[in-house]
Design a protein around this ligand. Sequence first.
Ligand code: SF4
Length: 220
Amino acid sequence: MKTPLYKYYDQLIKKLGPQNWWPAETDFEVIIGAVLTQNTNWKNVEKAIGNLKKYNLLDPLKLLQIDSETLGELIKPSGYFNIKSKRLKNFLRWFNENYSLDIDKLKSQPLDNLREEILSISGIGKETADSILLYALSKLTFVVDAYTYRILTRHELVPYEIDYDGLKNEIESELPKDLKIYNEFHALLVNVGKNFCKKSEALCDKCPLNKFLEGKSPAI
Ligand code: SF4
């Protein structure tokens, strides 16, 4: 018997199809994108990553070696560039000191240790850490965000006061332990949050999750 959230996943994959995240050519590019996407839209991240590619800098050692100001200039399109430049540098220094900039060494670590370590890097929050772990390092950890919270609270599946880890644990307890499902379900919820379940309006009539509302009227 499928859990409620597994049924949501089934419905979304059927109606919206695979989202094929993360849009990147390498695992390292996923990590850079996960840091840059904080508080901005993906188009701006693409421009910043495009600049790094243009100068052939999408490489851990090269990014570690360039100075923060130059890095900040290159990633300017992603916004908050001084802060993000520092965050990238913090990540790269940790990556170099602990894993010799070797992504396979990172991947070989157990999830719990690695999550704790990544969360100890200044400026890296839970959503960014879980995005890196799931999409770059193929670790079985679910990524939650404001879209996830909005959809699940509007469907009265979780309480309003739930925090990041509570929401993540709730979803993980309802899904099969399957990387592909974790990968797609987060991306599908982002799709729903952007296109149907918006902050200021809920386009329930057009939304693929409408059938699960069962007479509830979502609070906006
Ligand atoms: S059915 Fe309505 S409340 Fe539910 S996710 Fe879609 S837009 Fe949001």
